[in-house]
Design a protein around this ligand. Structure first.
Ligand code: CA
Length: 695
């Protein structure tokens, strides 16, 4: 280090001490930009969704390590009484935690004390209006860029907030509000821009796209469409013209899908965006693209030029997809050694059951192996890069049981990569899906306007308690083999975080938060937090002390899996939602949380179920109610269990809620197209289900 260097270092220290003296954090001036988001840093901050651009969720902090972790305890707890689903990765910048909760309500909290600094409510329910029928309350987290916190909302907006005050600086609508698009994903920043996609594949004739906006002003910079529109309207790009050759029929009438609702990574080394694209709209390819075809760019990783959004290369994980096997899962960057050569790799484990390693310079497939029971394909042919499908898997004869289910072998729950151990820590699910279209007139399929309809039977049955199993796996991405594993409670477990302390942290569906030895998998510490955990932890330090923060609030698609989700007893609104922060000298006891609670269906003696009406009710329920209230009216906790609700027993009360929107403020949408026949049919269906014993 040169003399000048010493002087600069000295001045920095004096400056830092002055800040410390005035009660500020030691590094009060982190600028969140390409430089800081590319660097490994000292671990004091967690600046981006996956900590930095690599999305590795690896922290270089080691104060909490295999020897000290037994001392880990609760430093402080923030109660979040208004929130429901908490899925977000909090960001931490200079000792301040920024996180999004239900309906993207955003809070800034002092990391040392848990003191609330500001709160911003984007009023998502109000802005969604009648579009609320397509939407959950969930959000996966904010982005941070140059003094601004940038959030997404379910109703389709991006909002830039002043990180100091929480005041709104800009707001941009990113979707056509006449369509059933919505956003649950976290925005991602890069080069002064912020990018966001959307969901909606299952609700409408959705055509997926991502849009990049100026992070300072919200002005649109570029948009990339994932699937081609009607060729008669002309193509937006050469990529769409190329993609259109892989489709058949009149796919544009059904939207095509490909919605990019998660899984966007900026790769600074090749100055490209890597986007993980969604499944088809509708799911059933017989409807969407009769006669087959790869249907680009469904279920792919597509590399885009960061400045223009132009197509660079793609790799498709599921050509001609027909099972909801989207590739929306996280895309993790790492340098991996292959035969003595260092490869700039990306790692990706989509729903389809395989773990992929690609060369991200050109999209070349390096390897792919199964991480869970997978019966739609026997293997991936490394010469062609294509899956070798198993005959029958496409439910050619109208019905087939296939692994994985539409919940995926791996969903959006983050995997982490530890460069010290060389292992990936990934939560996985083994669950079968029944794909049945034998009773559906596929030729008459019309895309829904807002309810759920996918061209195969969906949400018609309960998901039993023993339908699936789950694991935490430590996976060697070079050897493509499992190094250790732990059985997890079924089936919906959150993302992981790993650290230089040789640890892996993961919450669990049963409310336990666990630290494992990163090399051996030995559980070293755990704590019961009194509610199913659905968010990944983050770690950071303030004034030299390492902390871990974790949102606790059961949520996400897995919580609609009927009896399978309900078995944990995380009944709607019973258990407190919280932000927990841990440290080595934290010693606060876990605040009270009621024990697991289970629905007790009402059984009114004077109600007789009319089978025909109940069958009508099933159809309505599977299209409009199932996505929150759970399969077979068994709630997994996202919404009230209708079998024990008194509201459906009164036609007047039920109509007030369903048609007039009496409970909109709770997130229960108004179904303006429903009439009294819908109400009666649903009542008979719910009463019928109330008489079925719980599995
Ligand atoms: Ca989907």
């Amino acid at each position: 280090i040169s003399g000048d260097g010493v002087m600069i270092f000295f001045r920095l220290c004096v400056f830092s001490l002055m800040w410390a003296f005035f009660g500020q954090s030691l590094c009060a001036a982190t600028v969140v930009n390409d430089e800081s988001l590319t660097a490994e840093g000292d671990g004091s901050n967690w600046l981006g969704f996956g900590r930095n651009y690599s999305e590795q969720r690896y922290s270089p902090l080691d104060q909490i390590n295999t020897k000290t972790v037994s001392d880990l305890g609760i430093e402080w707890v923030m109660e979040l009484p208004k929130d429901k689903s908490l899925l977000a990765t909090p960001l931490v910048v200079d000792g301040v935690i920024y996180f999004t909760a239900s309906y993207s309500v955003t809070r800034a909290v002092e990391a040392k004390t848990g003191k609330l600094l500001w709160e911003f409510d984007p009023e998502s329910i109000k802005n969604a209006g009648d579009r609320l029928v397509n939407m959950w309350d969930q959000n996966k987290g904010p982005a941070f860029w140059n003094g601004k916190v940038i959030i997404s909302t379910i109703d389709g907006r991006l909002i830039g907030l002043d990180a100091k005050t929480g005041e709104k600086i800009w707001e941009k609508m990113t979707i056509d509000p006449r369509k059933a698009y919505y956003i649950t994903g976290a925005p991602k920043v890069f080069k002064g821009k912020v990018i966001i996609g959307n969901g909606g594949t299952e609700h409408t004739a959705a055509r997926g796209y991502v849009t990049a906006y100026n992070a300072d002003t919200g002005e649109q910079e570029w948009r990339f469409w994932v699937v081609p529109g009607n060729p008669a309207d002309g193509f937006e790009s050469d990529a769409m013209e190329m993609a259109a050759k892989t489709w058949n029929g009149e796919w544009w009438k059904y939207g095509g899908g490909g919605n990019t609702w998660h899984g966007i990574t900026y790769d600074p080394e090749f100055d490209q965006l890597l986007i993980g694209t969604g499944n088809g709209s509708p799911w059933n390819q017989k409807v969407r693209s009769p006669g087959g075809g790869d249907n680009l760019f469904l279920c792919s990783i597509v590399a885009l030029d960061a400045d223009t959004g132009d197509y660079k290369w793609h790799y498709q994980t599921v050509p001609g997809e027909t099972w909801d096997y989207n590739s929306n899962m996280d895309i993790v960057l790492a340098d991996l050694k292959y035969g003595g050569q260092e490869i700039k790799a990306l790692m990706h484990a989509p729903k389809n059951g395989f773990f992929y390693v690609l060369n991200r310079e050109n999209g070349e497939l390096l390897s792919a192996e199964k991480i869970a029971k997978t019966t739609w394909a026997s293997h991936i042919d490394l010469k062609t890069g294509r899956p070798v499908e198993i005959p029958g898997a496409r439910y050619e004869d109208g019905e087939q049981v296939v692994w994985p289910s539409p919940f995926g072998a791996h969903s959006w729950h983050a995997m982490s990569y530890n460069p010290d151990t060389g292992l990936v820590y990934i939560p996985t699910i083994e669950m079968a899906g029944t794909f049945r279209d034998s009773g559906i007139n596929l030729k008459a399929f019309k895309s829904p306007k807002s309810h759920v309809e996918v061209g195969v039977e969906f949400g018609m049955e309960d998901t039993p308690e023993d339908w699936g199993t789950a694991k935490l796996q430590a996976w060697d991405p070079i050897k493509q083999e499992r190094v250790w594993e732990h059985k997890l409670p079924a089936s919906w477990n959150p993302g992981t975080m790993t650290s230089k302390g040789n640890l892996v942290f993961e919450g669990r569906a049963d409310g336990r938060f666990v630290a494992y030895h990163a090399e051996t998998g030995e559980p070293l510490w755990s704590i019961e937090l009194g509610l199913g955990i659905s968010a990944p932890p983050v770690t950071y330090s303030v004034d030299g002390k390492q902390y871990i923060s974790l949102l606790v609030g059961w949520g996400g698609a897995g919580t609609i899996a009927g009896s399978h989700a309900a078995q944990h007893g995380w009944k709607y609104k019973v258990h407190p939602r919280r932000l927990y922060t841990f440290s080595l000298d934290g010693n606060i006891p876990v605040p009270y949380s009621p024990p697991p609670a289970f629905a007790v269906p009402l059984d009114p003696p004077d109600f007789e179920v009319d089978e025909a009406l109940a069958t009508q009710g099933l159809k309505i329920y599977s299209q409009s109610c199932f996505l929150c209230h759970g399969g077979s009216a068994v709630s997994g906790g996202m919404a009230p269990d209708l079998r024990e609700s008194a509201i459906p027993l009164s036609a007047t009360a039920f109509s007030e809620v369903l048609i007039k929107g009496a409970l909109v403020e709770n997130g229960m949408p108004r179904f303006k197209d429903f009439n009294s026949e819908h109400v009666v049919a649903l009542t008979h269906y719910i009463r019928k289900l109330s008489l079925i014993p719980i599995s």
